[in-house]
Structures are given as C-alpha cells and as structure tokens.
Design a protein around this ligand. Structure first.
Ligand SMILES: *Cc1c(COP(=O)(O)O)cnc(C)c1O
Length: 428
C-alpha cells in the first residue's frame, strides 16, 4: 500500500469514498438504526450485516421445498444433495485453499472438536498443546475438555503463550521458541489466526513450519480471520482450520461454519475421525451398507446432510465477496483501518484515555482495532453507542472497532472520529 497522507476532514473522507472502487457495495446491505439514525456499524467482527440479496436466496430454497418436497434432494438446479458444493469456489478464494480442501458444515466449536479427533491423538510422550493465553472462551473450553477426555491434566498439557511484560501482542520469535522448547512433547499448536481481543494476526506460515519441524500438527481457528485477513492455508501448509460465517462473512447469526483440511490428508483414510453418512463416498451413500468409506478431502469430515437454508444465506454473502474481489477488499481494508488509526491518534494524542493495542503493521492485523480504555471504562463505550456507533465492548477494558471494507465508508470513520473527539473532552 502506498503511503496516503490522511487528513481529519469531512472533505478528505468524502474524496476517499469517491475514489473507492468498492464504495457502492454498502448499498447491498441493511444497516440497523440507533436513535432513529443509520448506525455507524463497526461491529462486523461480531456479527456482519445482512446482505439484501439474502431474501432472494432464501425464497428460492423455500420455493424449491414447497414445490418439490423430498424430490428437492435430487431434482432441479439446486439439488440439495450437492448443496455444499456451491460455496466451495468462494471459500477456496477466501481461505487460500483448493476446493477439495474446504467444506461448509456444522458450527465452529463443533468443528474444532471434530478436527481434534483427527489431529490430537496424545501419547504419554507427546501430549502438549500450544495456544495463546486469553484465547476465545469456546476454544479454551474445547481444549480443556479434549485434554481431559484423553486422560491428561490440562494444567500440564496446555501451554499458554503470553506477551512479554508490558507488551500486548505476541512476538513470533517467542511462539517459535516455545514450540522448539517443547519439541519432544508437543502434539499440536492450536491458536487463533487473528486474535479476537487484540486483533493481532499470527504468522501462521512460520508457526506451522516450526510445528512441523518438531513433529506436531498446526491448526487455526479463523473466526476473525476468514473474510478479513489474507489467507493462504494451502501454501502455508496448515494442517487444519475452521471458522464461522456470521462475523466477517455476513452470513447471519449462528450460520454454518466450515473446515479446511490440507490436501495431504485428502486420502488418508487411516486418520482417525468421527464418521457420518454425509462424509461417506457419494456413489455408495444410499446403498445403506456397512463400512465407512470417506469422501476425498474435507468432504470426508461431514457428518450430517447439509443445512440448505443456512447455505442459501451463506451463498448470498459469498457471491458479494466474489463480486468485490478478495484483493480489492484487502486493499480498501488497509486504507480504511489506517484512516481509523490515524484519526484516533490525532484526536486522543497523549491524553492517555485510550491506547491502540492492535499491531501497527498492516500485515499483522485485519480491519479491527482494539482500544484499551484507560479512563472512563464502559461509560465511554455507552456514550458512543448513544451517538450511533456500534462497536463492541470486551471485558475488562477493550473496545473493538472493525471498519469493514464491504459496507463501511471513510465517511463512517470520519463521523466516528467526531464522536470520539466530543467524548474525549468528557473523559480526558
Ligand atoms: C466467534 C468465535 C467462536 C464462536 O464459536 P461458535 O461455535 O460459532 O459459537 C469461537 N472461537 C473464536 C475464536 C471466535 O472468535
């Protein structure tokens, strides 16, 4: 990204919007209202907005169901038997994967457990897992319960990485040296790809390489990375990953997750896994016979038949990603978040009220900035909300703001800055 000379002015923000090739995409989304005004929605990290095209996609499947009943499984253009295939091209683009390495299925925490069945088989010698300290709670509970399930002690088996004293983010060198320091006993590195609290992107390529060097697997929870950060899971040689579709992928509350399993496991039928009929080879599925034969690639991890209505909503959103282009989205995202960062620094200066803890280097972050609130606490956040800003508050004292390139504008960021300036006068 060439360095842009940002300015704190409405004129500048409007000029940036005029130059933005993606500026029209915001019209494809519904925005909530707060106090009768269109919200400044900076919360795509938690729940992405609804694409207007969702209704058409859903209506189409409702019509198929109404008109065909059970025949909809195999008849018509949208035959539900193949429903999971439609999302593959877009998911492959977003994750940096091959189509047979990804499949949309289940929900995120469920998928984490299923992937652990394949990629965490502890032995007395090799049973440790590395994760970042303060991982998303669901991931912590998942790891703890998996370790206990195999009869090990979480306090011994789970190694949590913390930033150095006085720092907020992890250094790659410290992650790598912890991997090497546990070389003999390490079974798995299972971190988030983009940390939900700090907004830091971990160096998945180097982490994976280090894990492989010591004979461990590397898998990532991409809840905050998918649809937000550049990903090349295949080339980075990542073993497995999972994500959700309702954050940056705008596919609706609780909608379908997905998994990535690297190509080298595509035909490894001996890898342990929990099986269900939807992972059984397609040709044989309705023979209803004994003996599970997994499908090639990620598809072989499916258990149940697809949630067709959920996939229809997911598809509406993925088509927008395809139309906008992953690279264009990333280009805009770096500028938009750079602008937010610039304005926050201009306005808060050295008042000490807040501090950005997300990395400054654009390649180490997605669109989210995490602000540590040193004075005023949640009252700062509530005040912004009353003015129409939707961000999110994370205990104990972080506000996350995520200007997303699909539906946020430079003017949104500018308007937020004005609200910030007013509120800082109160809390400074
Ligand atoms: C949002 C999020 C989840 C949520 O899990 P669900 O199973 O979809 O409820 C899990 N892990 C991380 C890191 C998240 O950010």
């Amino acid at each position: 990204m060439s360095k842009i000379q940002f300015e704190y002015s409405e004129k500048f923000a409007r000029e940036m919007d005029l130059k933005d090739p993606l500026s029209q995409f915001q019209n494809q989304f519904y925005f909530p209202q707060i106090n009768d005004k269109k919200a400044i929605y900076l919360c795509g990290n938690s729940l992405g907005l609804q694409p207007k095209s969702v209704k058409n996609h859903l209506d189409r499947e409702l019509k198929n169901w109404a008109e065909m009943g059970v025949d909809g499984h195999f008849d018509g253009e949208d035959a539900w038997f193949f429903a999971k295939n439609r999302s593959k091209p877009a998911l492959a683009d977003i994750l940096g994967a091959m189509e047979h390495e990804v499949v949309a299925m289940n929900n995120l925490s469920v998928n984490l457990h299923l992937l652990m069945v394949s990629f965490y088989q502890p032995t007395k010698e090799r049973f440790k897992i590395i994760v970042e300290a303060g991982a998303f709670p669901s991931d912590q509970y998942m790891l703890e319960s998996q370790v206990k399930f195999h009869g090990y002690d979480p306090a011994e088996a789970i190694i949590e990485l913390s930033p150095r004293l006085g720092e907020h983010i992890l250094r790659t060198e410290d992650i790598i040296s912890t991997i090497h320091g546990n070389a003999e006993q390490l079974a798995l590195v299972n971190m988030s790809g983009l940390q939900y609290y700090t907004g830091q992107i971990f160096d998945m390529k180097s982490i994976t390489a280090a894990a492989h060097q010591v004979g461990a697997y590397a898998g990532f929870d991409l809840a905050h990375a998918a649809g937000n950060a550049p990903l090349s899971l295949h080339d980075w040689d990542v073993d497995f990953a999972t994500w959700c579709s309702y954050k940056y992928m705008n596919s609706g509350p609780g909608n379908v997750s997905g998994i990535f399993v690297h190509e080298r496991f595509a035909n490894q039928t001996e890898l342990p896994r929990f099986a269900g009929w939807w992972g059984h080879t397609q040709e044989e599925r309705f023979k209803m016979e004994k003996g599970f034969i997994p499908m090639h690639g990620a598809d072989g991890w499916q258990l149940s038949n697809s949630d067709v209505l959920g996939l229809a909503v997911h598809q509406a959103s993925l088509e927008i990603f395809q139309e906008a282009g992953i690279k264009n989205l990333r280009d805009k995202s770096e500028k938009l978040t750079g602008y937010l960062e610039y304005l926050i620094e201009q306005i808060s200066g050295d008042s000490g009220v807040l501090e950005i803890i997300t990395p400054k280097n654009p390649s180490e972050r997605g669109c989210q900035l995490s602000l540590l609130i040193n004075r005023g606490g949640k009252a700062v956040f509530d005040e912004w909300y009353d003015q129409g800003v939707v961000g999110d508050w994370r205990n104990p004292n972080v506000i996350r703001l995520a200007p997303t390139p699909l539906y946020n504008s430079f003017l949104d960021v500018f308007r937020f800055a004005q609200i910030l300036e007013q509120s800082l006068k109160k809390f400074a």
